[in-house]
Structure formats: structure tokens, C-alpha cells
Design a binder for this molecule. Sequence first.
Ligand SMILES: *Cc1c(COP(=O)(O)O)cnc(C)c1O
Length: 295
Amino acid sequence: MLVDIDRHSWCLSPEALEASITKRTKAIIVVGLLGNMPDVNALTAIAARHRIPMIEDAAESLGALYLGKPAGAFGAVGVYSFNGTKLLVTGEGGMLVTDDKRLYERAKRLAHHGINKAPGARYYWSHELGYKYQYTNVQAALGLAQLDRLEELVEQRRRIFHWYAQRLHGVEGLSLNQETPGSRSTFWITAVMVSRAYGLRKEAIVRALEQRGIGGRPFFYPLSSMPPFKPFCRGRDMRTVNPVSYALSPYGVCLPSAATLGESEVAMVCDALVEILRRSHKRRLSRRTLVTARC
Ligand SMILES: *Cc1c(COP(=O)(O)O)cnc(C)c1O
């Protein structure tokens, strides 16, 4: 089941989660979107009450905190990604963390053709059909060196976010990532929600930014709106099932957030964005005046 997000955190909504749990619910996957943390206490309370394990997808929220505890440490299992776009980068690959010894052994076995690699175990003996999810020492070395700098990497992103927040403060109809109470977002990516009053959807804004040499990205599409996930929607109108996702998605734009960005580049992006919005606003206003004049 694909469940709605919270309007403020852009992460799984506790209310929507509670309403969507059925007898068939086997696990809850929680995503820390764009470096944000969800309302973890509310989510873990629901998971515990229903005795359903939580899997934390912390691919985007590595380095984020909730009540001082790191993203990825809340569920039965937490997963991270180290692919080229993420906060900590090792080319490709990722990591699974758990406190559960049985899950740990099973994951280790699945990652290596279903073979048990514990000392004394039979060599080359597959216990189950597995995968080849092996990580090289070179990648691990890259990752470990960055892990030492994790706070610095988070600080870079947070600094960029604050530059955006300062520059865009007071521009009507815009809002940026919000931090859930008790949490520290990494602001892995700074995203802006643009009021629909501007009459611009995310794709148009990204195109306009591109024309000015700026690489923005559209906010994610609701999974339920894409073909491979239709079978999970059981013929339901997902716009009414997940109204917040469908209301926000068309109007969100991810702004350039690379660690190497300087304040002057952020200023340039903000000026371009404001100019794009003002132009569209003016066009709409003049169109409205025209209609009024005709009447
Ligand atoms: C990047 C990302 C993934 C995928 O990570 P891979 O390392 O490419 O497997 C999964 N979930 C979220 C939320 C991500 O942002």
C-alpha cells in the first residue's frame, strides 16, 4: 500500500499510516525525504502498537537526527545509499544496519549467494537463493574516510539551505524544507514548494531554470502515479487516497545543493527563481485584467 506524506515533513504521515494498516500489513517502510526526518515517535508508536516492523530508508537522511539519535537507527532495519548523488559517496553501494543478530546473519548470507560465511561453516554451500551484493574494500575505504567527516558534510548542506532560506525569505507563496520538531534535517537537497497561484508547475520551473544555466530537478512524483506501481493501487483513485502527495508533487522544485556551491551561486539561483515566478505572475495578472476589461 502506498501511503500519503505529511504536508510539513514531506515524509510518511502518521495519521495516513494508521488509517492504512490492515491485517495483511507486514512491514512499514519509512523514507527520510531530502534529508528530512519524519515524526519518528508517532510512527514507531503505531508500528509497536500493531506489532509491525519498521524499515527505515535513510538513503537521503544519513546524518539527520531525531531527538539526538541518528537516521537509520529507529527501525528493525535501516538502509543507506552511497551512490553518486548522496551525502556520502562511494560510487555505488549502500549499507544495511540492524541490532537483530538473526536479521544481520540473513542479510549477510543473502548478499553472498545465500552462502554462510561464518567461521567453520561449509564452504561454497548455498542455503538459499541469494544475490551478489558485495562491496569492495576500495569503496569501503572511501566511505570510512567520509564517515569521519559526516558532520562537516551535513554542515555544508545546512549552510546552503540557510543561504536559500535567507534569500527567499519574504517571497510570497514559497516554502522550503521544514524540520520536524525534535529533529535535525541534513537538508541534503533544498527544495522549494511554489504556490499554485503562480500558475507554474515544477517541470516549467525546471525548464526555465535550465534556460538560465541552472540545474534544478522536479520534486518526486507520487509512486502511485507511475506505471510499475499501479498494481499496488487496487484500482483506487490515489489522488483521493493520498491527497497531500498529489497536491505538493506538481509544485515542488529541488534546487542546486551540491556541497561545492558558494553563497553567490545560491544568490544567483534565487534571483533566477524569483524572476521566473514574477514573470509568470505578471502574465497571469495581465491576462486576468484583459478578461475583466472585455467584460
Ligand atoms: C537513492 C535512494 C535509494 C537507492 O539507493 P541505491 O544505492 O541506488 O540503491 C533508495 N531510497 C531512497 C529514498 C533514495 O533516495
